[in-house]
Design a protein around this ligand. Structure first.
Ligand code: NAD
Length: 538
């Protein structure tokens, strides 16, 4: 079977068709305030309990009014998911794949601008960041997941069927519904978390992040237009804590598909443990969580490549990627050579409205995030071991804007070298050139996270040394590249330690978590005698 190819990334260069279309779509979406209902069993439910959705780079502008789910809607959504499962299994893998491949085609075609524009406005992404996320990555998730799922049926058949017997494996889904709790920062991940289990026959209750209701709702509409049957995915804006409580009170809760912060995931895991005696099955728990992603440079490295990796890896999408570089270990000689140029380049970065395509950065997602990030910057300004060498200013009067900021620290265990900040802040620890080995250990041991990281080195022996020393420090490891930008089917994504269960979204390993195989032995001529040969007398 031929595998799919990655969706080509549109360039949006001046005068291009896609640039004209996205600008028109942005204007259209900015001229309306849409009502977003819950979608339960395929029906729109307008609860009247409203939360508003604003544009982070222009936070007085409301783009949507969201009808929040209450307890009744949550219970109904869980029931709808359970009731929908039998038919969803019965239509078979091929029909399920056809629906999600239709989703991919719609997104690659007539829905592309709508989804990208909603992501640009809802989550403040530049057009390029929206294109690689909400269009290309999600198209790839859908197409490749269908490809992988089709292969399971052949890959897991038993090796041996003796004469008179036919052994087989039925690839069953989990019995019950999956609760999908999704993050704000990737529209693609939000839609993938309920749909990956659905491809293999699970049904889902989807709780989107309070900061991405608009883009996530547009995708829910897309999936319905592609023919997703009622109840297979139920869209439920609302409190995560309440939805979890309702879902765990339902014995048919079969799994959690989560992406978000480490603290939230650890809390959810504990709650599932408590609910376990009331559940019909042991639930599958898949969570991709936070990161403190690193760049380690060797004294002998490509310095311009390092500079570009630090800039793009740390500041694209305002550092709000789980994979964003946020700590760097740079030898003294290299730092002396690149630091002025790096700061000069960072001062050239334009920040503002996502609609202005000359901007490389926009705003961070909300006030809570703004306060958290600026708190780290302010404390670093007070810390004698730290120096803010570029950026450090912020302004939340129109949007939640924070300058791209570099802190240089003499303390490799200072808080901005260890905590996930999730904003445009990079901390650099400058080390003595002859301390490369020690720095690898420091990098490995400093932070509880292990999501992504890169090594910049020219000599293969140095690359190998870092590769071995940092084996468990990152689930996605980059050599002479920035630690962001994983592509479906190229670098399946996920980290271990405090960064998650490392089930590699966008790969077959993730899909395997949502199946519960049944082994079947068929005997053509059942034995007619009950006694065995050894029992015969001599
Ligand atoms: P978050 O943890 O604040 O929220 C994630 C989801 O959990 C949201 O839908 C939220 O409403 C829900 N939630 C929050 N508290 C809850 C509770 N008590 N019970 C149930 N649900 C609850 O994370 P976020 O700000 O949306 O996303 C950013 C985080 O996600 C960062 O830590 C980032 O590193 C991580 N992330 C990880 C990956 C990965 O693949 N490892 C990818 C994207 C984002």
């Amino acid at each position: 079977m031929n595998h799919p190819v990655n969706e080509p990334i549109l360039g949006y260069s001046p005068g291009s068709k896609e640039r004209i279309e996205i600008k028109a779509e942005l204007d259209r979406q900015m001229s309306e305030v849409i009502e977003i209902p819950c979608i339960i069993n395929g029906k729109e439910v307008f609860t009247g309990n409203i939360a508003t959705q604003v544009i982070p780079h222009n936070h007085s502008h409301i783009i949507a009014r969201v009808h929040m789910a209450g307890k009744d809607e949550m219970e109904n959504a869980c029931k709808a998911a359970v009731n929908a499962q039998q038919n969803w299994i019965d239509i078979g893998l091929e029909s399920r794949c056809e629906i999600f491949e239709k989703c991919a085609d719609l997104l690659a075609g007539e829905w592309r601008m709508r989804v990208n524009a909603s992501t640009m406005l809802n989550q403040s992404k530049t057009v390029f960041q929206a294109e690689i996320d909400s269009a290309c990555e999600l198209i790839d998730f859908w197409r490749f997941n269908c490809f992988y799922a089709r292969n399971f049926h052949d890959d897991f058949q038993p090796l041996v069927s003796p004469p008179g017997v036919k052994n087989s494996t039925e690839i069953r889904p989990l019995e019950g519904f999956v609760l999908s709790i999704t993050p704000f920062n990737f529209t693609s991940i939000a839609a993938n978390l309920p749909s990956a289990p659905a491809i293999v026959g699970c049904t889902s209750v989807w709780k989107p992040s309070r900061n991405s209701y608009l883009s996530n709702y547009v995708l829910m509409q897309l999936m319905m237009e592609a023919g997703l049957p009622d109840g297979v995915i139920n869209f439920l804006p609302g409190s995560g804590a309440e939805i979890t409580e309702v879902a765990l009170a339902n014995p048919d809760f079969a799994g959690l598909h989560f992406t978000g912060s480490t603290a939230t995931f650890q809390g959810l895991w504990q709650e599932i443990g408590i609910a376990l005696p009331n559940l019909r099955s042991y639930p599958r728990i898949v969570g991709e969580t936070g990161g403190k992603d690193f760049v380690v440079a060797h004294p002998n490295c490509n310095e311009r490549g390092l500079l570009v990796a630090l800039l793009r890896g740390s500041f694209e999408f305002q550092g709000q990627k789980c994979s964003a570089a946020s700590r760097a270990y740079v030898p003294q000689s290299v730092w002396s050579s690149i630091s002025d140029e790096l700061c000069d380049e960072i001062r050239k970065i334009k920040m503002g409205d996502a609609k202005d395509f000359t901007n490389f950065m926009t705003a961070v997602i909300d006030q809570r995030s703004f306060d958290k990030i600026t708190g780290y910057i302010d404390r670093a300004k007070e810390d004698k071991s730290c120096e803010v060498i570029v950026g450090g200013n912020y302004d939340d009067s129109i949007g939640w804007f924070i300058e791209p900021t570099i802190i240089v620290t003499s303390n490799p265990k200072s808080e901005t070298m260890i905590d996930e900040i999730f904003g445009p802040v990079l901390t650099v620890y400058v080390y003595d050139d002859d301390k490369f080995d020690e720095v690898l250990t420091l990098c490995d041991e400093s932070s509880p996270y292990a999501l992504t990281g890169s090594i910049f080195a020219n000599d293969e022996s140095d690359v190998q040394k870092a590769f071995n020393a940092l084996r468990f420090t990152a689930g996605n490891f980059y050599i002479n590249d920035k630690p962001t930008g994983a592509v479906v089917a190229q670098q399946p994504f996920g980290g271990a330690r405090a960064s998650g269960t490392n089930d590699k979204a966008g790969g077959p390993l993730n899909l395997l978590r949502w199946i519960s195989p049944r082994s079947v032995k068929r005997t053509f001529e059942p034995p007619q005698d009950w006694d065995y040969q050894f029992m015969q007398s001599e």
